[in-house]
Design a binder for this molecule. Structure first.
Ligand code: GTP
Ligand code: MG
Length: 371
């Protein structure tokens, strides 16, 4: 199941814009008709106008329905995001309304075009065209609110994070201000995308790095996994449940310097809570802001920073590792930077352990000719 590319969802016009566009197109189509016989010409013109208006509306509406991602084909994570930001029921209902109106417009167009076929007088032909336009406008009027909903929803949905289900996903958790976003930036090749969770005003970073042509995504969790359970609403819980499905690994970032403002005891409690919230997801706990930690030997630290710099020009060089003597956790610093290469290596190894099946190996009991 591939991820929804929210940025690609098409714009939805307002009701007036949509009708204007369709009727202008219909008028042009009518004007193109040439026939010396007035009766024939009028009949053809009216038929063209009705059909062209019906076609224009129904094709635009159906195009939206097809290009807007269907909830049935979305990952649990994307569904949770839609539910939290715009509501799944309204989303489904609005797209359903567009589909319904598309069919209705076509029906009206063919009914009135059929009527015209039997007509011999000019005035009723104009009446039939007018009647068709009236009925089409009234059908469209009934979905005006749905169009407004979709237009507004698009603005919200475009800011949501995108997680590709085909790639490994690392969920970065930790107390506020511990350096989660800085870590994602330091680990990513290229600039992380800025997105938004529907339940927080804080910016969310989605970064990625490559290892042996495999892509690893790093997802930030501001305002999601950094607060006590009782402050969370059901929508946030749903998003957390979805993270459980997309996350191959949870990286829990501690800030033993407490420079971020959260005491270690509270961070320990949060760690327990996150482990409980994502019970199926393997967890790596690391200590951040290593450059501020007094318990780290300064000479050792300088050596690690130097080796990390050397890796930039020689990626196959030795990967330095430094641990906090108090906690035993890997130590990193996003600002120095240090320990970043080791952490990438650790992530790749831990995720690799979960999928250690050789993709080229045959299933058990598979018949082989050479046996
Ligand atoms: N000294 C030092 N400061 C850091 C490091 N990483 C982050 N910071 C600082 O810590 C502060 C918070 O960093 P962020 O990356 O925004 O932290 P966050 O966890 O994403 O914060 P929220 O999204 O608000 O929960 C910023 O002022 C950073 O400059 C580090 O490795 N060393
Ligand atoms: Mg952040």
């Amino acid at each position: 199941m591939s991820s929804v590319v929210w940025r690609n969802i098409p714009t939805v016009l307002t009701l007036d814009e949509l009708l204007d566009k369709a009727f202008t197109k219909a008028k042009k189509a009518g004007n193109l008709v040439v026939d010396k016989d007035r009766v024939y010409r009028t009949r053809k013109q009216m038929t063209r106008m009705i059909q062209s208006a019906g076609d224009a509306l129904s094709s635009t509406l159906l195009d939206w329905v097809h290009r807007w991602p269907s909830l049935d084909q979305m990952s649990l994570f994307d569904i949770a995001m839609v539910e939290a930001s715009v509501g799944c029921d309204d989303y489904r209902q609005s797209l359903g309304a567009c589909q319904w109106a598309a069919i209705k417009c076509q029906e009206i167009a063919s009914q009135n075009a059929k009527k015209l076929r039997r007509m011999v007088n000019i005035p009723p032909m104009h009446d039939t065209r007018r009647e068709a336009y009236g009925r089409i406008s009234s059908i469209m009027g009934r979905i005006g609110k749905n169009l407004d909903f979709l237009r507004e929803a698009r603005d919200t949905l475009r800011t949501l994070p995108m997680i590709d289900q085909a790639d490994s996903c690392i969920v970065v958790a930790g107390a506020p201000n511990v350096g989660k976003s800085a870590l994602i930036a330091a680990m990513s090749s290229g600039k992380p995308d800025i997105a938004a969770y529907p339940f927080t005003t804080r910016q969310l970073h989605v970064g990625h790095f490559l290892n042996r042509r495999l892509r690893y995504q790093l997802v930030d969790t501001p305002g999601l996994l950094d607060r006590p359970m009782e402050e969370r609403n059901p929508i946030e819980m749903q998003a957390i449940a979805a993270l459980e499905h997309v996350g191959d690994l949870c990286l829990f970032l501690m800030d033993p310097s407490e420079a971020g403002g959260t005491p270690m005891e509270a961070q320990q409690n949060l760690l327990k809570e996150v482990a409980g919230l994502l019970p199926q997801t393997p967890l790596i706990v690391i200590d951040g802001k290593g450059d501020l930690l007094t318990q780290i030997d300064q000479d050792e630290w300088s050596a690690v920073v130097e080796m990390e710099v050397a890796l930039e020009s020689n990626p196959d060089g030795p990967i330095p590792e430094i641990r906090n003597p108090d906690s035993g956790h890997l130590v990193i610093s996003s600002t120095s930077p240090a320990g970043i290469a080791r952490l990438r290596h650790e992530i790749v190894t831990r995720i690799g352990e979960q999928y250690d099946d050789d993709p080229l190996s045959l299933p058990d009991n598979w018949h082989r000719r050479d046996e």
